[in-house]
Structure formats: C-alpha cells, structure tokens
Design a binder for this molecule. Structure first.
Ligand SMILES: Nc1nc2c(ncn2[C@@H]2O[C@H](COP(=O)(O)OP(=O)(O)OP(=O)(O)O)[C@@H](O)[C@H]2O)c(=O)[nH]1
Ligand SMILES: [Mg+2]
Length: 460
C-alpha cells in the first residue's frame, strides 16, 4: 500500500456535462470531507456508507461555494485501486473541473501520474499485468469487436490461459526435480511425460501468438490502398465504402492528386482506406508528385484493391500497374462500372491474366459488390489466423516478446531432454517459468511495471 493520496481529473478535458475528479489513498475521505459541505445536514462524508452518493458543495478557501458536486466514496479493498477512494462528480468544462482539482490538490493530495490509479490496482493485487494492459486497449478500442476482445482480456481470459500453460510447465519441472532429488526412490525420469507436458505448453504458446495476431487485426486495424489508372472509379469506391462524398469525383482523368486517407469500420476491423492518384505517364508536375505519393502509399498498405474499368477495358496501363505491385496475396482485383452495357473485360480475360487474384465485379454507382469487397477484406486479413478453438486474445507487444522468450526456453529443454544431464535442464525450465510469470506480472521487475503504465493517460 502507498502512504500518499493521489488525485486527477479522470474524464477528458473540454466542455461536458460533468467531469470526475478521482482521489485514491488511505485517508482520502477524511481529506475531501474538509472541503465538502453536504446539502442535507448531517451527511458528513465520514459517516456515510461506502458506495453511496452525497450531494453537496466543494468550498473554496474563503468557505464560498466553488462548485455543486455529487461525491461517491469507496472503502478499501472494494475499489478500483483497492484503496479508499473518493470520486467527485463536478461540472464539466475546462475551468470548473480544473478548479475542483486544484482545491483537492491544495489539501496535500498529489497529482496522479499517468496510469497511476491502474498501477495501484495492479500493485494491490486487484488485477494482473495482462489485465492492466487490457485497460489501455479498452480505452483505445476503435470497433465493437476490438472492445469485446479487450474486455475479455480484462476479465482474465488471457491470464487463465497463461496459468494453464504454467501449470503444465510446473508439472514437468516437478518431475525433473523429483528425479534429481529422489532418483533411487522413484526410478528413472518419465521422459515421455515430460516431453508431452512441455510440448503442450509450447503448442499453447503458439496458439496464443496466432490468436494474438488475429486480435491485432481488430485492435490495431489495417490499411487498404485503392489503386488503378485514372478514371476507373477509385475515389467513387472510397466514397462508397465510407458512405459519404469524401473525395472529389469527376469524369476528368487525373482528378485525385493527393493521397486521401479515411477510417472506416469494416466487419469490426478498423480500416484505413487510402485513395490514390490514378497512375499514368504525365508531364504535369503536380500530378507526378501525386503519383509518386500513390506508389509509396500502395507499397506500404496491408491490402491493395486494384480497380479496372469494365468499359475502358484492360490496357497496357493496367498491366503495368499490376506488375508493379508486390506480394500477390495482398491484392484484390475489382472490376468497376459493371452497370454499363459495354463490357470490354470478360471473365476469360481475368482468368488469363489474373488467375491468382481474388476478383470482385462491382458498380460503385449502383452499390454492387461493395459488401462483397468488405467481406473479402475481412477474409483476407484473417485467413490463416482464425483459430478453430475460438481462442480470442489480444496480445500486447510486451506479452508477445515474453511468450516468444518462454517458447525459446521450452524448445531448448525439449531439444536437450535426453541428451544432457538433468540438472542442466533446470535452468532453461526456470527461465521459461520466469518469462510466463512476467506476463501476468508476478515476476515483473520495477522498470517493466513502469513501462506498462507509462502508456496510460492521467486519471486512469
Ligand atoms: N457508370 C458508372 N460510372 C462510374 C462508376 N464509378 C465511377 N464512375 C464514374 O467514373 C468517373 C471517374 O470516377 P472517379 O471516382 O473520379 O475515378 P478515379 O479513379 O478516382 O479517377 P482519378 O482520380 O482521376 O484517378 C466519374 O465520372 C464517375 O461518376 C460506376 O460504378 N458506374
Ligand atoms: Mg480519384
């Protein structure tokens, strides 16, 4: 437990109905009570039950009213941080909340550092490190799906799974140690059993890493670049995906000059859609710069939608653009303007030139193929990642590093199992257990703890 009391505004700054000033630490109620005047007589904060709300006023230095507030109190250990807590609901708006906070700080309460409330929750055993990291993911979630994953992590789904992997290792370790200490009594080590245990913990780690990659898609999102020659309907496609007229659309080839980026939720995935300038040979300086930027954006995108125009037909320009694209597996071919009568691209042309690509026939004008494109994008980025056991995790970079580390140690034990003396196996075994322990935070060093919470905002 800490011996000082911390306070901060936990709601975003700016105009709003209310803001919350959060205070945590032993003696917080006593402190806040000094500047609180209940509206109904006798409702002194010290005499109130935990989890009750009290209406009243925060008083300024001259005993005048600073703000009308609603105060909730919580007692240790039943609070977010595990400590005694007070939450003051004051009026929102840049000034009102700040003045309330200043009054609180004038009582000798220290301004909380970023993430300090959650850090205290962690150090007081209210949550483990994996759960604490989930708090950041919850705050930053961009889609429903991302939020759901983060909530699962916070409930302890990852932690339980890691615990089950640890149990496998612990059992293997126990067998190793027992055979070292009491080899006369229990006979030879059951290598097969140790191998089995270690392999299933390694496979469990792999599963978690794979599921984590899928989780990343929903958490971090992906980028999709739309490319093609001028006038095929790239900007129209951007607008259709966004369902708003974001980019200028005209029948003049070379309309889009700059790279346009917009975010949209596609099947629960946060997707950055990038509309680019039509690629062609040109002497126009501005257009040339736009085309260079287009090429850059296309090379960096996770997926690329190559747009063709069914009326304009397939030209050398299209083929050149296609040939300049790297990594076939990230390309989706979209044949646009399929509403038009003039079909100058045929199914057999596609089969001949683009047999390896996923193809969508579309009309941005009639809203045909747009939903198929959304589904195709989801399918492509989740292919091979989806786990049939429905293990859904988000795995932070820190967790990923530790999982890989643990996996490496396990692998070393497995490779050496029957070849080296048993007491040499113990070190790698211990290291694997330490790596897993650091995941949930049990064996976490102080600097790693600080690193986790530095990412938070003040007030969380
Ligand atoms: N009939 C029909 N016309 C379309 C369709 N999609 C786009 N167009 C028309 O095609 C023309 C070009 O559309 P844009 O979206 O500006 O094309 P672009 O690929 O962004 O063109 P640049 O920015 O010049 O490279 C416009 O006149 C659109 O109205 C479609 O599905 N059907
Ligand atoms: Mg355009």
């Amino acid at each position: 437990m800490y011996d000082d009391i911390i306070g901060a505004i936990s709601t975003p700054l700016g105009e709003g109905g209310i803001a919350i000033v959060r205070v945590s630490g032993e003696g917080a109620i006593e402190k806040i009570n000094k500047v609180f005047q209940p509206r109904a007589p006798g409702k002194d904060l010290r005499s109130r039950k935990p989890f009750t709300l009290t209406l009243g006023y925060i008083k300024d230095e001259e005993q005048g009213i600073l703000d009308e507030v609603l105060v909730s109190i919580m007692k240790s250990p039943r609070s977010y941080t595990g400590e005694e807590m007070v939450e003051i609901n004051c009026h929102g708006g840049a000034l009102a909340a700040k003045r309330c906070l200043q009054r609180v700080l004038s009582l000798g309460i220290r301004l909380a550092q970023p993430g300090e409330f959650t850090q205290r929750a962690f150090l007081n055993g209210k949550m483990d490190a994996v759960q604490a990291e989930a708090v950041i993911d919850i705050i930053r979630a961009k889609t429903e799906r991302g939020l759901k994953l983060a909530l699962k992590q916070m409930e302890g789904k990852n932690s339980q799974y890691i615990k089950s992997l640890e149990d496998l290792l612990l059992e293997a370790n126990m067998l190793l140690e027992a055979s070292l200490d009491f080899s006369e009594d229990i006979g030879d080590l059951d290598y097969r059993r140790v191998r089995e245990l270690m392999e299933s913990s390694r496979d469990g780690i792999d599963k978690m890493l794979r599921a984590g990659e899928l989780g990343d898609v929903y958490k971090e999102g992906i980028s999709v670049a739309i490319c093609g020659k001028p006038n095929v309907g790239k900007s129209s496609l951007l607008n259709a995906l966004l369902r708003k007229e974001r980019a200028i659309v005209t029948d003049v080839p070379g309309t889009t000059r700059d790279v346009i980026e917009e975010y949209v939720n596609i099947q629960g995935i946060p997707v950055k859609i990038i509309d680019t300038a039509g690629i062609r040979d040109t002497s126009d300086l501005v257009e040339k710069i736009g085309i260079d930027k287009a090429r850059q954006a296309i090379s960096e995108a996770d997926l690329v939608v190559l747009v063709l125009d069914v009326e304009a037909g397939m030209t050398e320009e299209d083929m050149n653009i296609y040939r300049s694209l790297e990594k076939q597996e990230r390309i989706i071919l979209l044949i646009n303007k399929d509403d038009l009568m003039a079909k100058n691209i045929k199914q057999k042309d596609i089969e001949r030139h683009f047999s390896s690509l996923d193809v969508i026939w579309a009309s941005t004008k009639d809203d045909i193929g747009i939903q198929s494109l959304a589904e195709m994008i989801e399918k492509k980025v989740t292919a091979g990642l989806a786990d049939n056991e429905q293990l859904e995790f988000t795995v932070s970079l820190r967790q990923k590093e530790l999982l890989k580390e643990a996996r490496q140690y396990i692998q070393e034990v497995l490779e050496a199992l029957e070849l080296v003396p048993m007491d040499c196996l113990g070190v790698d075994m211990q290291n694997a257990l330490i790596s897993l322990g650091q995941l949930t935070g049990r064996d976490l060093k102080e600097e790693s703890i600080d690193r986790i919470f530095r990412e938070f905002c003040i007030g969380k």
